[in-house]
Design a protein around this ligand. Structure first.
Ligand code: 5GP
Ligand code: MN
Ligand code: MN
Length: 391
């Protein structure tokens, strides 16, 4: 439910939470003052500070696209696999985890060999030679099917529907970052030339969707979305293969879903076509499958969208950070966090103090985050983590 409406800016901010950190609130206020921002800004219960725009937020713009409002990891999302396995024992899981770790590059690692070009979203010949994605194409072939670092993960889960689920959370790797950085800098240069119609300190440099640069960004963004999907797909194929081999089973997949949470798309809202930017937010049109992540120590959810216009038909994408990476490493106890995970019987990825930024204690309480958005989604399946692999 909307907990609070702030009417200080040019348009209102609607918040599905009563808790928001100062930095994220300031960023929401900046968004609400943009001359092209449309209707209102929607803040999800997993909100926390990001670059320019908070993560866990939705903003719609008229004829404008903002690279920092899409996010650096363009097309980041989740591939979820429902298997027909009623259970999986710890020994089997340990064997699967070991094989996955040797087959899929984690963290900043890439493949030693380029991956199949046919898996790329479109052939090189179709890309403009001026594109970042054209220049990065060969590098991207080595990163296809790799997890990345931070909160990207591969997770085996026990579903409340009685089946084992496998989730892959990853994005467009270095390719998306190169595109995001390039167009952010280009937008800054163009905005500077215009005398900064939007204050420089907002870090929300924009491109007109009617300009050549804006059109180029959109094309490259879409390529990165396709690449992020292909990246998750390839990992999914390999993980399914490994799981089937270890269990000596075939055809274990019942359903597969792929849901993105960092992108912009042209949609009609309140009878106008606008560029909806979902940054760490999930589309929740009526009947959509939505995936909401918890943490490596708490449950994630499969939900059905209710199509509520108030959030531009969106919902949260996760629990959201409660502690910044730096604060988590400084203030959480490694022994306590490990004890929590061991008690739950989870094969986890928490080994050193450096990993504390991804400990369960760094994230908000997912059940509360879900409770706060029951007007946006209907949760249908709860997924409890069994094994978590992080980059
Ligand atoms: P983001 O897309 O913003 O990088 O992260 C999305 C969300 O993933 C976070 O807000 C957090 O709730 C969730 N998350 C982080 N680590 C894990 C994990 O290991 N397992 C699960 N299930 N969720 C996680
Ligand atoms: Mn993500
Ligand atoms: Mn990501």
């Amino acid at each position: 439910m909307i907990k609070r409406i702030i009417k200080k800016g040019r348009i209102p901010i609607k918040l599905w939470t009563d808790e928001i950190e100062e930095g994220a609130l300031r960023q929401a206020e900046n968004l609400s003052n943009l001359p092209f921002a449309y209707s209102h800004i929607a803040i999800m219960p997993d909100v926390h500070e990001g670059f320019g725009m908070p993560i866990g937020a939705i903003a719609a713009f008229e004829d404008v696209v903002i690279p920092h409002a899409v996010g650096v990891d363009i097309g980041c999302g989740i591939h979820a696999i429902k298997t027909n396995l009623p259970q999986i024992n710890k020994k089997q899981l340990q064997a699967i985890v070991k094989l996955i770790k040797s087959a899929i590059p984690l963290g900043f690692k890439k493949h030693k060999l380029p991956q199949d070009k046919n898996l790329m979203p479109s052939p090189l010949s179709k890309l403009s030679k001026n594109f970042v994605t054209y220049k990065e194409y060969d590098n991207a072939l080595y990163s296809l099917g790799t997890l990345g670092g931070g909160n990207h993960f591969i997770e085996f889960q026990e579903g409340s529907d009685g089946f084992i689920w496998i989730m892959i959370h990853s994005g467009s790797r270095n390719l998306g970052k190169q595109v995001a950085d390039y167009y952010h800098r280009l937008a800054k240069k163009l905005n500077e030339r215009m005398g900064y119609p939007v204050p420089e300190s907002y870090e929300l440099f924009f491109l007109s969707t009617k300009s050549q640069e804006g059109q180029m960004y959109l094309e490259e963004m879409n390529f990165c979305i396709g690449y992020a999907k292909a990246n998750r797909n390839l990992m999914a194929k390999r993980i399914i293969g490994i799981t089937e081999t270890v269990l000596s089973k075939r055809d274990i997949v019942i359903e597969e879903h792929d849901v993105i949470h960092n992108y912009a798309s042209l949609e009609k809202h309140f009878s106008k076509k606008v560029w909806v930017h979902r940054k760490g937010a999930t589309k929740a049109s009526e009947g959509d499958i939505c995936i909401i992540l918890g943490s490596q120590g708490s449950e994630s959810y499969i939900a059905i969208g209710l199509g509520n216009e108030e959030s531009f038909k969106s919902c949260s994408h996760g629990a959201g950070r409660i502690l910044s990476r730096h604060k988590a490493r400084k203030s959480l106890s490694l022994a306590n966090e490990i004890k929590k995970l061991n008690k739950l019987g989870i094969i986890h990825s928490l080994n050193s103090k450096r990993d504390l930024d991804e400990a369960p204690g760094a994230y908000k309480d997912i059940s509360k985050v879900i409770q706060n958005q029951l007007d946006l989604i209907k949760p249908i399946i709860q997924l409890r983590p069994l094994a978590v692999i992080k980059g």
